[in-house]
Design a protein around this ligand. Structure first.
Ligand code: 5GP
Length: 184
């Protein structure tokens, strides 16, 4: 994939992760997941909408059979957490007896993933793990078991590679921090 990191978007103050850095890490995660699930098949459960870009690349880096399903959760509006998690769309397929890998864009407080894990655990799964593209360990309000983490990042609001600010910037092929008043 061409590196569209530079020139960066005019609303972006700094780039935290370049496209090539992200792709190299996704290849490693894909190899690890393929080893861990060898001889099994898994369902990747992607949390809308932020994780879909990561999901697309991660799926193509995984060599075991895998299907995909989507779940809608909302906990944020703008750059501020409302602290309340809502289920806005449920899975299409019954996950009972299946190996489920939750694919998330970023784990911040942990409340969203905690809510989803508790919800899915009641559905008789064979196994449940999480693969998150980004994690902000300093921000955790609740401990959540994250088996696969792309990158630990500092406590900054980031956009790009699926992550938005008011629906903008999801298409940036890198992860960056906005300038003050960016995204207007
Ligand atoms: P948590 O429940 O772990 O606090 O938050 C998870 C959700 O908050 C993520 O799925 C994402 O939608 C949003 N979020 C948390 N931190 C960021 C960030 O730095 N940038 C963006 N764009 N979204 C974030």
């Amino acid at each position: 994939m061409p590196d569209r990191t530079y020139p960066a978007h005019p609303d972006i103050e700094k780039v935290l992760l370049t496209g090539p850095q992200i792709q190299a890490r996704i290849a490693e995660l894909g190899a690890q997941i393929s080893r861990d699930y060898a001889g099994r098949s898994l369902i990747m459960v992607s949390i809308l909408k932020g994780s879909v870009i990561f999901l697309g690349d991660l799926m193509r880096a995984v060599s075991v059979d895998c299907s995909v399903d989507f779940i809608g959760l909302s906990s944020y509006s703008g750059a501020k957490s409302s602290g309340v998690v809502r289920l806005t769309l449920d899975l299409r397929e019954n996950p009972e007896g299946k190996d489920i890998l939750i694919v998330e864009d970023i784990v911040d407080t942990g409340l969203t993933i905690h809510y989803l894990m508790e919800n899915l655990k009641t559905r008789g799964l064979r196994s449940l793990e999480v693969c998150t593209f980004l994690s902000k360990p300093e921000c955790r309000k609740i401990e959540v078991p994250l088996k696969y983490v792309g990158f630990d990042i500092p406590n900054e609001f980031v956009v790009g590679f699926g992550l938005d600010y008011n629906e903008k910037f999801r298409n940036l092929p890198f992860v960056g921090v906005m300038r003050p008043n960016g995204g207007k």
